[in-house]
Write a protein that binds this ligand. Structure first.
Ligand SMILES: Nc1nc2c(c(=O)[nH]1)N[C@H]1C(S)=C(S)[C@@H](COP(=O)(O)O)O[C@H]1N2
Ligand SMILES: [Mo]
Length: 206
């Protein structure tokens, strides 16, 4: 693919209504550690980062340019330098969540992005703030990000989600081998992308 489609497991649901400005809560086992806004992210010096994007269902887009701040630097700015817990959950305005291991979350290429290809994120791709983790399958790149929660126990957030989901190791599914899921996943791409776009457009006209 050359353009990134709007993609989700719930394509019949339109994107959530979000505030224009990012607002991110950082929590440690429920307790609020910090709340960051647009100015806090701006102060950390957003930069451009070029990366490919791989959805677990087998579509990929190459050469996306994200603008944002590495999650590691955002956490350091609120005093989190060592892992408070081994796991964290990224939470979105549409109630979607992704579980991450600390070491995956603080990788150099994991960003909190506000822009894609030079333009502010739109509702299709996760406005106003999105986690981008290019080395992991797309389901870790949580759109409409509202919170990062540290957890002591492995979070059980989605039955089809691999904890690590490393693209290089083809960790597509927590239990099933990649060879089994690749074909059925591929068959879902066209209907999912079509329905996700249709849902978005229907909401725009109504
Ligand atoms: N909030 C939220 N983030 C999400 C999803 C979602 O449904 N809601 N879908 C994930 C999946 S499965 C993929 S492949 C990518 C798709 O990103 P795109 O719609 O910008 O192409 O977003 C991921 N992040
Ligand atoms: Mo995906």
């Amino acid at each position: 693919m050359t353009e990134m489609p709007r993609f989700t497991d719930l394509p019949h649901i339109p994107p959530p209504t979000m505030p224009i400005e990012p607002k991110l809560e950082i929590r440690n086992q429920g307790e609020l550690v910090a709340t960051l806004g647009a100015a806090d992210l701006q102060a950390l010096g957003p930069r451009e980062c070029t990366a490919d994007f791989h959805c677990v269902t087998t579509w990929s887009v190459t050469g996306l340019v994200w603008t944002g701040v590495p999650l590691r630097e955002v956490l350091a700015s609120v005093g989190i330098v060592d892992a408070p817990t081994p796991y964290l959950v990224a939470r979105a305005g549409d109630r979607r969540k992704a579980a991450l291991l600390w070491e995956d979350a603080i990788a150099d290429n994991v960003l909190l992005a506000t822009h894609l290809n030079g333009a502010p994120l739109d509702e299709r791709h996760g406005a106003p703030l999105r986690l981008v983790s290019p080395s992991q399958y797309g389901y870790k790149s949580v759109k409409h990000l509202i919170a990062i929660d540290f957890r002591a126990e492995e979070p059980r957030v989605m039955s089809k989600e691999h904890l690590r989901a490393r693209v290089a190791l083809e960790e597509r599914h927590p239990h099933l081998p990649s060879s089994v899921v690749r074909v059925p996943y591929r068959l879902t791409i066209a209907p999912t992308a079509y329905l996700a776009e249709w849902t978005l457009n229907r909401r725009r006209v109504s």
